[in-house]
Ligand binder design. Structure first.
Ligand code: SF4
Ligand code: SF4
Length: 440
């Protein structure tokens, strides 16, 4: 039988707060010997996990203890950056019994789930597998804060996020779910360029979005505001056909993309240079197309850091994964090194060098938490803020709703989580993607 927290977490709509939004109640319903908190936050310029640990250490640890109870985990490990001194100082008094901190150096992608599990436990997740296969459940800092709140009957109606880059005051805020990026930028003192675009979720893995009315969701980790003319924004906004053309252009098979690939260095069968070779020669119609890219975690080391020609190996790996998904059959994994590469440690990419390479040095400043009292006039709640099925509206246009009321839920038996009103108000509009609520 499930631990009582599992149902409370489902009812509170808790999902992974920094990635794809995997529903947390499903993770807590598993059995593992180790519960890992991924607080590494390796994307440059983002600080919301560090700030949450600094300010809400006791609550996060409470969430961790509940999660360990639910999963039966005998130990709880918090992986974080060694440079997060104030977060470590806030957490240390709580580290007793089965709880411990695991500080990591400031390299990228230290927060990749496969890396975190290996660094903290020495266990290697099977190719294409999940942490549970090696006895671990991994969750994010904010998700565990939300687990503790769920235990008190409080649903997810707020989101922590960092706003960095071209804003007057780079900051971390806790804001109502559903307010717009434009409002969050205003809270950070406004954009300092005339043509702002947003890198959503971190400069390495996040997409570039041009719609400043995009709403905050339960998975928003932060926004880096840049000029549309910034080279990183331009690379991210490049159309797919251009990426393919670039991939075919001038790969000299130097193999740097593979030699620095963090998944390759962990021994997995991934060799992006071979994917590039195939794009340029055999072509995408070949029946083996892209097989060397299927274990890609999309970290972008190859594309933004390793490749001396500014080519697009990551984009081609993603394209290959999409092509195999469309076929509806995934081929067996190829043979990898089968062991940790002896040069893995030496080839870690320091975040400071990465920031420089991305052209973000001038934005590499602290973004401390700021308390900002703001009552948004309206919110837009996306029906899909999690992995799984979209939530289905449970309210009607014109209906009055109270903050924390369930306004949408996923059908019985489907993967997902309910959505709650983040303000008091009236349902102004419902469409196939969202519910708009206007304050009374
Ligand atoms: S994005 Fe590139 S470096 Fe990262 S895992 Fe994929 S192939 Fe490797
Ligand atoms: S690093 Fe760039 S040039 Fe070298 S093999 Fe990879 S894609 Fe080709």
């Amino acid at each position: 039988m499930s631990h009582p927290i599992v149902q409370k977490v489902r009812a509170a709509g808790v999902v992974g707060a920094g990635g794809a939004g995997f529903p947390t109640h499903v993770k807590l319903n598993a059995k593992a010997d180790t519960f890992l908190v991924n607080s590494v936050e390796c994307e440059p310029l983002l600080y919301k996990d560090k700030e949450l640990m600094r300010l809400q250490a006791a609550r996060m640890v409470e969430g961790l203890r509940l999660a360990m109870d639910a999963t039966g985990a005998a130990r709880g490990i918090i992986a974080l950056k060694a440079k997060a001194h104030d977060a470590i100082a806030a957490l240390e008094p709580h580290m007793m019994g089965p709880l411990s901190l695991h500080p990591l150096d400031n390299y990228y992608p230290a927060g990749d789930e496969y890396c975190v599990v290996y660094e903290c436990t020495g266990r290697v997740i099977p190719a294409g597998g999940i942490p549970l296969q090696v006895g671990c459940v991994v969750s994010n800092t904010e998700s565990l804060v939300n687990v503790a709140l769920a235990d008190q009957g409080l649903p997810v109606v707020q989101k922590a996020l960092t706003v960095a880059g071209e804003v007057a005051n780079p900051s971390t805020f806790i804001v109502p779910v559903g307010i717009s990026a434009r409002e969050v930028i205003h809270m950070a003192g406004g954009a300092t360029v005339d043509d702002p675009v947003l890198i959503d979720g971190g400069p390495m893995m996040g997409p570039c979005i041009t719609d400043l009315d995009a709403p905050v969701t339960k998975t928003s980790a932060g926004w880096v505001v840049l000029s549309r003319q910034h080279k990183l924004a331009m690379r991210k906004l490049a159309p797919e056909h251009q990426r393919v053309r670039i991939a075919k252009a001038s790969c000299d098979q130097c193999v740097m993309c593979t030699e620095l690939c963090p998944r390759y260095l962990m021994g997995y069968a991934i060799e992006p240079h071979k994917v590039m070779r195939m794009v340029g020669f055999a072509g995408e119609q070949h029946d083996q197309w892209g097989r060397h890219g299927l274990l890609c975690c999309e970290c972008n080391i190859c594309e933004y850091y390793a490749c001396p020609e500014d080519l697009t190996p990551r984009s081609m790996c993603v394209r290959a994964k999409g092509a195999w998904s469309k076929k509806g059959k995934w081929p067996p994994h190829l043979e990898g090194l089968g062991r940790i590469h002896p040069m893995r440690e030496a080839r870690r990419v320091p975040v400071s060098r990465l920031v420089h390479r991305l052209g973000l040095t001038q934005y590499d400043v602290p973004a401390p938490f700021r308390d900002f009292a703001y009552e948004p006039p309206r919110v837009r709640l996306m029906l899909k803020q999690h992995l799984g099925a979209p939530a289905v509206p449970m309210v009607a246009e014109g209906q009055k709703v109270a903050m924390a009321q369930v306004v949408a839920d996923v059908p019985e038996g489907k993967l997902g989580a309910p959505i709650h009103a983040s303000i008091d108000g009236r349902v102004a509009r419902i469409d196939e993607t969202s519910i708009w609520i206007e304050r009374k």
